[in-house]
Ligand binder design. Structure first.
Ligand code: IPE
Ligand code: IPE
Ligand code: MG
Length: 247
């Protein structure tokens, strides 16, 4: 059993029993910026760097899946300036990620209705997905224009269409069968969901998939979230007793 330890109080993590799938609500960028007298967009820029660091680290320690909430179906309510700045950062990130793919070899997927993004961004997502599909190791799922309720409604509509076309049997729907109609098709449910920034709510994230996820909340704002903070969350997770309704 590999135990992480060093001089200061470091999280004690058993790296041989990591959660398979960690999901993160990347929240707190705006407050991080406000605290420094900076525009909210500056928080998003630093938050994007934090994402890069954490995604790379997730692969390094051997997580199988990392899912991050980057932009929700509700985030369109923000000012045009802020939305455009987030989309600009996304483009920058994707271009860089594509450029460095051979080095980082992180497999990328996207959850959400991408059709509302600009054609250019949609193409970049598609490109990133295609070139990274041959990598193994950590799969990073980026949730863009994602909403848990929207995902479920879409799943129901797609299933209904399959029923009408005779490709699905309306009498035979199971939980596992329905999961295949979600963006997360083929991905195991998250074991651990982390929400930084002090908010204690799901904000429409992975509603179906989180039925038995362990939640971890921290006051740290996303731009400040460190590798150690990730290990602290995993340490807390490893102390939990998951019963799934049993004893
Ligand atoms: C999360 O940070 C980023 C997105 C939702 C796109 P926020 O922008 O929500 O930051 P706070 O919650 O206002 O601090
Ligand atoms: C959740 O954060 C969405 C993302 C982090 C992408 P929000 O900042 O949008 O959530 P609320 O408004 O605090 O619930
Ligand atoms: Mg927020």
């Amino acid at each position: 059993m590999a135990i992480f330890s060093s001089k200061t109080r470091e999280p004690q993590v058993d790296f041989s029993h990591l959660p398979r799938h960690v999901a993160i609500i990347m929240d707190g960028n705006g407050r991080w910026a406000r605290k420094r007298g900076l525009p909210r967009t500056a928080g998003h820029a630093v938050g994007a760097e934090t994402f890069r660091t954490i995604a790379t680290y997730a692969k390094e320690i051997g997580l199988e899946y990392l899912t991050v909430y980057a932009f929700s179906t509700e985030n369109w309510k923000r000012s045009q300036e802020e939305v455009q700045s987030i989309m600009g950062l996304l483009k920058k990130y994707l271009l860089e990620a594509i450029g460095q793919m051979e080095r980082d070899k992180v497999k990328m997927e996207f959850f959400g209705d991408l059709s509302r993004l600009s054609p250019e961004l949609q193409e970049l997502c598609q490109h990133a997905r295609e070139i990274s599909s041959r990598y193994d190791g950590c799969q990073v799922n980026i949730c863009l224009n994602y909403g848990g309720r929207d995902e479920i409604i879409r799943g129901i509509k797609a299933w209904q269409a399959d029923c009408a076309a005779g490709k699905a049997n309306p009498e035979a729907l199971t939980e596992a069968g329905f999961s295949d109609y979600l963006f997360s098709k083929g991905v195991p449910d998250p074991d651990l969901i982390i929400r930084p920034s002090g908010e204690v709510r799901t904000s429409n994230f992975l509603l179906w998939q989180s039925a038995y996820s362990e939640y971890y909340f921290t006051d740290v704002l996303w731009p400040d979230f460190s590798k150690t903070n990730l290990l602290e969350a995993i340490e807390a997770f490893q102390k939990r007793s998951r019963r799934y309704g049993g004893v």
